[in-house]
Every structure is written in structure tokens, then in C-alpha cells.
Design a protein around this ligand. Structure first.
Ligand SMILES: [Zn+2]
Length: 55
């Protein structure tokens, strides 16, 4: 049973309004095949904006 590491991918969440890369996180490649989209606070826009997985 290999549970650690293998399915994890490091991703960057990028503000869709200014393009700033504000968040870094990990996702499980096996469970999450779609691009991640999250509403997060952007310090550059000074408001909550949609952040998408950058690649
Ligand atoms: Zn922004």
C-alpha cells in the first residue's frame, strides 16, 4: 500500500483578475483531475477573487 506522496501534485493558485500567484497547495491527482478553482483573497486586488490552478 503506497499512500504517501505518489498521487500528490504541487499546484499554484493564480488570481484570475491580476494574475498574481497567491497560493500554493497540493492536490491529489487521482481524485482531482479537473483544474481547481477557488474564491480566495488576493492581496494585490484587495478583495476576494477567483483563483485558478496555474500550469
Ligand atoms: Zn488579484
Amino acid at each position: 500500500m503506497a499512500k504517501k506522496g505518489e498521487a500528490r501534485a504541487r499546484i499554484t493558485l493564480k488570481c484570475t483578475e491580476c494574475g498574481e500567484e497567491n497560493y500554493r497547495t497540493e492536490k491529489n491527482k487521482k481524485n482531482t483531475t479537473d483544474r481547481i478553482e477557488l474564491n480566495k483573497f488576493c492581496s494585490k486586488c484587495k478583495k476576494t477573487t477567483l483563483h485558478k490552478e496555474a500550469k
